[in-house]
Design a protein around this ligand. Structure first.
Ligand code: PGA
Length: 271
């Protein structure tokens, strides 16, 4: 596991965008797993810049998103702040600014009439695409990956998940409050890729920023693997793992010197 610590959010975002761009350049038809939330916004901005200024080409790239609220879908007739779907977020923050093909984007359908059938279909689509080459992930305040709330099986698959109180609180503050939606009105369920699904991706790029994430990042990376902090499943992932943190999010890690030492050595030997 490569743990990379950068001074601030901007530097963290640039590093993460560089990792993603590296995958896209090396394998122009790669399959990217994308994430929503406040954390990846800077990374997406940097990718848009790379597309516009450096010609980073997404025309062969396929994407799958981690999750979507159940009961809402993208509604382009509404202004941005009134449509809180993750699909809308993805289009506004990244997809409509790059040259990705519409048919290559796959986001869970929050309006599906048959969520269970949809979840099976989603897993099958990932399989048919040949699996995910690089999965981008944040970490929730309760330690979740995607919407795999505490107590989710570490072998779980794509499914409907009830949202934890802390997730409802966090997302209400960040996304719903400004939209004039009451806490009761915001969705309380979501479709989410499972931890088992995420562990099958070939590479993982996890990001976290800010002091509010410091405790949970330390638990996930250095604590025991537990379904109470589903992001701790990162320790079970068999492929390439990169974790990019800003200084605040890294501030409660015990082994920071070791991670910095390893980063230096790897740079030196270009590993
Ligand atoms: P955030 O969410 O990026 O808004 O902090 C992360 C997550 O819930 O995974």
């Amino acid at each position: 596991m490569d743990i990379i610590i950068r001074d601030n959010y901007e530097e963290m975002s640039k590093y993460a965008a560089g990792v993603i761009a590296g995958f896209v350049r090396k394998k122009p038809d790669c399959v990217l797993g994308l994430a929503t939330g406040s954390t990846p916004i800077g990374t997406y901005r940097e990718l848009i810049r790379m597309h516009k200024e450096e010609g980073l080409d997404f025309s062969g790239v396929r994407t799958f998103n981690l999750d979507e609220y159940l009961g809402i879908g993208m509604d382009l007739s509404k202004p941005y702040n009134e449509d809180q779907s993750y699909a809308r977020f993805m289009y506004e923050e990244l997809l409509r600014h790059i040259n990705i093909k519409e048919g290559n984007v796959c986001i869970p359908d929050g309006m599906t009439k048959d969520p269970e059938k949809f979840c099976l279909w989603y897993e099958e689509e990932i399989r048919k695409a040949g699996g995910i080459d690089l999965q981008l992930l944040g970490i929730g305040g309760d330690g979740h990956w995607a919407f795999n709330e505490p107590g989710s099986s570490l072998a779980s698959r794509t499914r409907v998940q009830a949202l934890a109180k802390q997730t409802l609180d966090d997302n209400y503050e960040l996304f719903y409050k400004n939209a004039g939606v009451s806490r009761e009105e915001m969705p309380h369920f979501a479709i989410t890729m499972g931890i088992g699904t995420i562990l099958e991706t070939r590479n993982i790029l996890m990001m976290a920023s800010g002091i509010k994430k410091a405790d949970v990042v330390a638990k996930a990376l250095e604590g025991p693997v537990t379904s109470q902090i589903t992001a701790s499943a990162i320790q079970l992932h068999p492929g390439g793992i990169t974790v990019v943190l800003d200084r605040d999010a890294a501030s409660r890690l015990a082994n920071t010197d070791h991670y910095m030492h390893m980063e230096k050595l790897k740079e030196q030997y270009r590993l």
